[in-house]
Design a protein around this ligand. Structure first.
Ligand SMILES: Cc1cc2nc3c(=O)[nH]c(=O)nc-3n(C[C@H](O)[C@H](O)[C@H](O)COP(=O)(O)OP(=O)(O)OC[C@H]3O[C@@H](n4cnc5c(N)ncnc54)[C@H](O)[C@@H]3O)c2cc1C
Ligand code: FES
Length: 293
C-alpha cells in the first residue's frame, strides 16, 4: 500500500515541488530576517542544497517547519516566478511563527512547497483591478501587486485598499509609500484606531470600495484578510454592481499535510490546501464562517 508521501507525490503536479516529495521538508537557510512591524517580520530563505529552481505563482504558500516545534502554512510575499531566494512575511502569533521569528541568519529550517492555487492575474489583464487587504493579508497579495506593477501596461486602473489595526501595524509601510507615489496606482490606507501624528483615513476597509475608481462590470477584485472583512467587502462590491464571479479571496484554514490528504483544512467539499487557498468568491460564499477543525 502506498504511504502518505507516495500518495501525496502522485497527487501533486509533476515538478511543482522542488524536492519531488511534497511531504518531505527540504533544508532552507535564513538569508535574513527583517522586522516589518512590532509583531511581523519577513524571512528571506535560500535552499541549502543545489537543485532545480524554485518557481511559484502569486498567492501560493509553503509549509515552513520550525525544527522541533512544528509546521505552519505561510504564503510567499516576494515577487513571483523562478527565484533563488524566497520571502515570507509572518505575524508571530503562536508556537511555530514565534519560533521562526527567533531564527538568525544562517540557521536552517524545513520548507515544503509551493502549494495551492494562485491569484488569477492572467484573467485580470485588460481589466481594472481592485486589491483589498487587511493586516497580514497584504503579504499573500504582495506578489500579485509586484507582478501587476512589473506589467503595468497590461492592466486597467489599479486600486490598492489596505486596512491595519493602527498606524504601527501598517505592513510594508515604505513600499506602500513608493506605490502611492506612482501616478498609475490608487493607494488608500485606513486604520481602525488612529494615533498621534496619523493624518490618514480612520475606519474599516470595505467603505473605501465605494469611492474607488473602477469599472464595476469588468473589474477583478483580489481580497485577503479576516473573514469578517471579506464578508463586508463582498457586500460593498455587490453594492457597486461587481459580479461575484469577479471576486477572488484567499482563505486561511489550519493545515497539516498541505496536499489534500489529512482533511485538516476541509471546508465543506473543498480542501483549502489544494482547491485553494485562492478561490472565486461564489465557490466559498456559503462556507465562510464555518468553524475550523
Ligand atoms: C494558505 C495559508 C497561508 C498563510 N499565510 C500566512 C502568512 O503569509 N503569514 C502569516 O503570518 N500567517 C499565514 N498563515 C496563517 C498561519 O499558517 C497560522 O497563523 C498558523 O497557525 C501559525 O502557526 P503558529 O504555530 O505560530 O500559531 P498557532 O499556535 O497555530 O496559533 C494560531 C492562532 O491561534 C492563536 N493563539 C495561539 N496561541 C494562543 C493562545 N495561547 N491563546 C489564545 N490564542 C492563541 C493565535 O492568535 C493565532 O490566531 C497562512 C495560513 C494559510 C492556511
Ligand atoms: S492540510 Fe491536509 S488536507 Fe489540507
Amino acid at each position: 500500500m502506498a504511504n502518505m508521501s507516495e500518495r501525496a507525490a502522485a497527487a501533486t503536479p509533476a515538478g511543482a515541488v522542488r524536492g519531488g516529495d511534497p511531504m518531505q521538508p527540504e533544508p532552507w537557510r535564513v538569508v535574513r530576517s527583517t522586522p516589518e512591524t512590532h509583531d511581523t517580520f519577513t524571512l528571506t530563505l535560500e535552499p541549502v542544497e543545489a537543485g532545480p529552481p524554485f518557481t511559484f505563482e502569486p498567492g501560493q504558500f509553503n509549509m515552513l517547519f520550525a525544527p522541533g516545534v512544528g509546521e505552519a502554512a505561510i504564503s510567499m510575499s516576494g515577487c513571483s516566478g523562478r527565484v533563488k531566494q524566497v520571502a515570507h512575511t509572518l505575524r508571530a502569533v503562536g508556537r511555530v511563527t514565534k519560533s521562526l521569528q527567533r531564527l538568525k541568519r544562517g540557521e536552517v529550517l524545513g520548507l515544503r512547497g509551493p502549494f495551492g492555487t494562485a491569484w488569477p492575474i492572467g484573467h485580470a489583464e485588460g481589466h481594472d483591478v481592485v486589491i483589498v487587504a487587511g493586516g497580514i493579508g497584504l503579504a499573500p497579495l504582495r506578489p500579485a501587486i509586484c507582478h501587476i506593477l512589473q506589467h503595468r501596461e497590461r492592466f486597467g486602473r489599479v486600486n490598492l485598499l489596505f486596512g491595519a489595526r493602527s498606524p504601527r501595524d501598517i505592513l510594508f509601510a515604505r513600499e506602500i509609500e513608493t506605490w502611492r507615489g506612482r501616478f498609475d496606482v490608487n493607494v488608500e490606507v485606513t486604520v481602525d484606531r488612529a494615533g498621534p501624528g496619523w493624518h490618514g483615513g480612520v475606519g474599516v476597509v470595505p467603505p473605501l470600495i465605494s469611492r474607488a475608481q473602477f469599472d464595476p462590470a469588468s473589474a477583478m477584485a483580489f481580497v485577503c484578510g479576516p473573514e469578517i472583512m471579506m464578508h463586508f467587502t463582498r457586500e460593498e462590491f455587490a453594492r457597486r454592481g461587481v459580479p461575484e464571479e469577479h471576486l477572488w479571496v484567499s482563505m486561511e484554514r489550519n493545515m497539516k499535510c498541505g496536499v489534500g490528504f489529512c482533511g485538516h483544512c476541509q471546508l465543506g467539499p473543498l480542501f483549502v490546501c489544494k482547491d485553494g487557498p485562492v478561490f472565486r468568491y461564489d465557490r466559498v460564499a456559503s462556507l465562510l464562517g464555518i468553524r475550523e477543525v
